[in-house]
Write a protein that binds this ligand. Structure first.
Ligand SMILES: Nc1nc2c(c(=O)[nH]1)N[C@H]1C(S)=C(S)[C@@H](COP(=O)(O)OP(=O)(O)OC[C@H]3O[C@@H](n4cnc5c(=O)[nH]c(N)nc54)[C@H](O)[C@@H]3O)O[C@H]1N2
Ligand SMILES: Nc1nc2c(c(=O)[nH]1)N[C@H]1C(S)=C(S)[C@@H](COP(=O)(O)OP(=O)(O)OC[C@H]3O[C@@H](n4cnc5c(=O)[nH]c(N)nc54)[C@H](O)[C@@H]3O)O[C@H]1N2
Ligand SMILES: [Mo]
Length: 759
């Protein structure tokens, strides 16, 4: 078998492997961060910038959506937050000269890592039909080009308006307003690939698609279950919260096929004791098989039902619906089936049960390990059943806690970035702005790709993100993109979506969170909503990367003026000049934002209302919290195959690659690795260090292949494997999505590992 990376390896990385770490953060994290930040920003800018992350008068960290604690450390230190900031505040620049030197064909051959490392975009650029290079273009001409292509569409539904989750509330509100005034609900977003399953499951069961806990609740909990989440890398500030919760007596169960370093032990860089010893965070590690969570929670529910006095009967009677049917189904859960689905031992599950029964206040946190499977929606509904049984929703220290990804992905949804808007939201828009918004549902991400592929959508506009790399089935998605008449990306940095274009293409460079935003009425701030429904201001301080940048609200406002013209009675110009006028409109359209401008001026912002959390009121169809009783599913694994999850390394932010190391997992200098349980590797005859192609098998009979991955023997659950996204997105079939939420099932891909060709 091959022992060197094959020459065809498009990334040319050479992974080195050491023992995985058992603790996260601590001194190495600080050194690592400062090195990366200084390479991008220099020493002085590093100090200035990192000191104003998440401070009360500073900008919201463009890293994750974890909330800010009430009492902040002078530098709320977070290694990966700092990397996200450095990536944006970099001094490197992508100028018109860069585009003159690099034809699009050259960009297409580069890795995402290389593209991102080139720096911040400085000018709007245009790729004409048949052109080989992007060339500088004025903003006016850019909007004219969009206007021309949009005017040529047979229907507004031939345009697609994508959003990534960094967009501020103000920009998002304007963007959806523009799309709807233009006439379409085609507003797919990154959430379609992310927490859509959480939103679907929670809306149906508790009446609101958001988590029901605040940060204080974590500190009051007796038991916190962290399922399908790697906070040490993706939400590092959550570790401080877990540490504090533990100091207050909470216990933690982590449910994961991988032993993730951050959950094992956390060395808090804010405290001297933490730096040295660190705190053990996990009391019980359940090393579950991929996709086994629904079975696990179902069995726990059966065991709770069978324990005298364990069910909160008063709560169930008063506040829930569907208990009888659920209880009957849950009682039928079977130990042996559960052990097969989960790969856990009876003893593990009994230990977990004891901890559950000992706890009066339980919180379940989760992220992509629960949301990106075919049966994700019923899995999360089962988590809700689990919490409802013991009255763990709507009281302090208890509840559901889906931990969001992008720093404003939750806010974008609140602002109406959704392809299936609620009728009440559209009614409010209609009343406020005096036009009739379209009522028909639009495309989500997967449907948008199909529409582009089939020639039913012709203009693709992205407010941030990296659509072609983040989406599943890379080859299909790229071909779909190339069929578009026009692709437009509002971006801060170069990425692959700029290299895989429609007949014509535009890149519109924009301000980032860290930058000063000066408009007609003076300096502006924007607002964001974190994972726990807290809304607060974000104010950039740095000089913009270039004087040719426009803010996102300005771009939408000008786009709207160009496309809608005289027909629009919306005061787009005023919105651009003064964002407070946007907030006044938000206050009138979206419940919970009353008196927005005044309330967001308070330090720390305000909490949005959440009926189940605040008053144990469940605004569902039945008026109660709904128990549900779906059949238990788990992924089938044919002989000789592995179940692959596609996940994040420590040195990346989604498709933005910061570096080639995954420090906690002991991987250095490379990303094309596949983590395989040593016993599985033995039975597949795969020595550590050999190179394989990952071949995904799907019922459409198409073989999808990702070549040249180094096998790493790694203590993941049996039958499971892991490799990084986005290199593996080529393996995720477009049609392999979660039921109901339509989220790509990128955590459960059936693969076989084939020896790589050596030459
Ligand atoms: N530094 C950094 N921060 C980020 C991001 C980033 O890329 N880099 N991305 C942001 C975004 S958009 C998001 S959505 C979040 C993502 O945050 P996470 O969801 O933590 O990200 P993943 O790397 O996808 O990790 C999924 C975790 O679920 C586990 N898992 C996989 N399958 C299963 C399963 O079937 N059951 C269980 N119980 N566990 C499973 C994996 O082993 C892994 O620990 O992070 C956000 N924050
Ligand atoms: N296989 C697999 N696929 C996945 C996932 C997975 O776990 N596995 N995770 C999914 C998830 S959870 C998500 S959220 C999606 C992420 O999908 P996206 O949100 O589309 O992707 P990102 O990589 O976060 O986008 C990065 C780009 O955003 C731009 N950008 C950064 N900051 C700003 C800004 O302030 N304004 C603007 N306009 N642009 C900005 C930069 O140009 C940068 O290149 O990927 C999904 N895809
Ligand atoms: Mo995400």
């Amino acid at each position: 078998m091959a022992s060197k990376p094959p020459k065809s390896d498009p990334v040319q990385d050479a992974p080195q492997v050491a023992e995985p770490k058992h603790a996260a953060a601590g001194l190495p994290a600080i050194g690592h961060t400062l090195r990366m930040a200084q390479q991008q920003m220099g020493v002085k800018r590093t100090a200035l910038t990192l000191l104003s992350v998440n401070q009360k008068d500073g900008f919201d960290c463009p890293g994750c959506a974890w909330p800010e604690p009430e009492h902040r450390h002078r530098a709320e230190f977070c290694e990966n937050g700092a990397k996200a900031v450095a990536e944006e505040a970099t001094l490197r620049r992508v100028t018109p000269e860069f585009f003159a030197a690099h034809p699009v064909a050259d960009l297409t051959g580069r890795s995402g890592y290389w593209l991102g490392q080139q720096g911040r975009l400085t000018h709007p650029v245009y790729l004409p039909e048949g052109g080989t290079h992007y060339e500088p273009v004025t903003w006016e001409r850019a909007f004219d080009i969009i206007g021309e292509e949009i005017a040529a569409l047979a229907s507004p539904d031939e345009a697609v308006f994508y959003t990534s989750g960094r967009t501020s509330n103000e920009a998002a509100f304007l963007y959806q307003l523009f799309a709807r005034e233009f006439g379409t609900n085609n507003l797919p977003d990154c959430s379609n690939m992310c927490h859509e399953s959480s939103g679907s499951a929670l809306s149906e069961t508790i009446g609101i698609g958001k988590g029901s806990v605040l940060l204080e609740d974590l500190y009051k909990a007796d038991l916190i279950i962290v399922a399908g989440q790697n906070p040490g890398t993706n939400h590092p500030r959550m570790l401080s919260a877990l540490e504090k919760a533990k100091a207050g007596g909470a216990r933690v169960i982590s449910v994961n096929p991988l032993p993730e370093a951050g959950l094992e032990r956390f060395k808090n860089p804010q405290t001297p004791q933490g730096m040295v010893r660190g705190a053990a965070l996990t009391d019980l590690f359940l090393q579950i098989r991929i996709g086994g969570d629904q079975a696990l929670f179902r069995l726990l529910n059966k065991l709770i039902l069978e324990t005298d006095g364990a069910v909160d009967e008063a709560f169930v009677r008063e506040h829930t619906h569907g208990y009888e049917e659920f209880a009957e189904t849950a009682r039928a859960a079977d130990w042996d089936d559960t052990l097969t689905a989960t790969g856990l031992s009876r003893e593990d599950i009994e230990k977990a049960l004891r901890m559950v029964l000992d706890s009066k206040r339980t919180i379940v946190c989760w992220a992509m390990g629960l949301t990106q499977h075919k049966h994700s929606v019923p899995t999360i509904r089962e988590v809700v059943n689990f919490l409802l049984l013991r009255g763990n929703i709507g009281r302090p220290g208890a509840g559901v806690c889906p931990v969001r990804g992008h720093s404003n992905v939750q806010g974008d949804r609140t602002m109406g970035i959704f392809e299936r808007p609620a009728p009440a939201f559209l009614d409010a828009l209609e009343k406020e702005f005096g036009f009739a918004p379209p009522r028909e549902h639009g495309y989500d991400v997967v449907r948008a790709i199909r529409a582009l592929r089939d020639g039913e959508a012709k203009v693709f506009f992205a407010m941030g993100g990296n659509f072609v790399s983040a989406s599943p089935d890379t080859e299909v998605t790229e071909a779909a993109m190339r069929r578009a008449r026009l692709t437009v990306h509002v971006s801060t940095k170069l990425n692959r979506s700029h290299a895989v274009t429609g007949a014509r293409a535009l890149i519109l460079p924009t301000l980032g969170r860290t930058e000063r935003d000066l408009q007609g009425s003076g300096e502006q701030f924007v607002t964001v909503e974190d994972s726990m429904g807290m809304v607060h201001a974000s104010r950039g301080r740095l000089e913009p990367a270039s004087r040719h940048l426009l803010s996102e609200p300005a771009i939408v406002s000008r786009l709207a003026r160009r496309v809608l013209g005289e027909n629009s009675r919306t005061p787009w110009e005023e919105f651009e000049k003064d964002y407070a006028t946007i907030r006044d409109r938000i206050a009138r359209v979206i419940p919970g934002f009353e008196d927005f401008n005044a309330r967001v001026a308070r330090p720390g912002g305000f909490a949005l209302p959440h009926a189940p959390r605040d008053e144990r009121r469940f605004p569902t169809a039945t008026g109660k919290a709904n128990f549900t009783a779906a059949p238990v599913e788990h992924p089938e694994l044919p002989e000789g195959r592995l179940l692959l999850q596609t996940l994040r390394s420590h040195d990346q932010y989604n498709t933005t690659i910061y570096g080639l190391d995954d420090r906690y997992r002991g991987i250095r200098n490379g990303r094309r690795v596949v983590l395989v349980n040593p016993e599985d590797a033995r039975s597949l005859k795969l020595a550590d260090g050999v190179y394989v192609d990952l071949v995904s098998e799907w019922r459409d009979g198409v073989e999808r292949r990702a070549p040249g991955f180094r096998v790493v023997h790694y203590p993941t659950a049996r039958g499971c494997a892991a490799a990084y996204y986005p290199e593996t997105n080529v393996l995720v079939p477009l049609d392999a999505t979660a039921d109901t939420s339509n989220t790509p099932a990128s955590k459960s891909v059936v693969v076989r590992l084939e020896q790589s060709a050596t030459d």
